[in-house]
Design a protein around this ligand. Sequence first.
Ligand SMILES: *Cc1c(COP(=O)(O)O)cnc(C)c1O
Length: 239
Amino acid sequence: MTAPTPEQRLADVCARIETACAAAGRDPAELTLVAVGKGMAAHRVAEILALGVTDIGENKAQEAAGKAGEIASLRPDLTPRWHFIGQLQRNKARTVVEFASMVHSVDRPALVAALDRAAAQRVEPLDVLLQLDLDPEPDPTRGGVRPQDFLALADAASAVEHLSVRGVMTVAPQGADSRRCFERLVGFSQSLQAICPLATVISAGMSGDLEAAISVGATHVRVGTALFGTRKLASEGPT
Ligand SMILES: *Cc1c(COP(=O)(O)O)cnc(C)c1O
């Protein structure tokens, strides 16, 4: 069997998004497809960009910075928006701020402070999402703020000068009912919008559960495997 081409994979993902939007009575134009290029070489990411994808997600600061630079010199005509979606150490904030348009994984006040300091060099504030950990069994290696600490984090992030709080993000816990998890995320989105009216982004849904995310109102889906094929294990999970 021959592997599907990038065109076929992208067409399949777009068809899934359109079907899910139709079922939910939503306009596909409300959805941003973030192609998750982690573990993929720059030329593979460039290939998907050349097909019309505009947004790329990466989960490791160094890998992402290198790839953003490579693609900028390989294909200066492509001007993707880079999304940082992985766990972020404070000492990598400066690296991420240099290439990212949006950081989806803000999950603690110390990271808010580090990103705010790093973003001071930018012309525009850095768009950030607050990542929630909705697993009943917390796992500190996965990232995300616990629900009881969410409002304090929202206050901290909305108080700083160089960050713009744009919404919420989560990864459905393995084996969980994704739809129920995303419904809870929408609840947090509503409480956040009471403090930050511009925080309308809901980043939820991956290759396996993008339909569930779209059905409850996701604005950004983060899709890796369905667009690029299976990754080598080394690039999986937080490090
Ligand atoms: C890897 C990753 C994705 C994409 O997952 P797929 O199942 O490959 O689509 C989305 N979000 C985050 C935070 C990730 O780390």
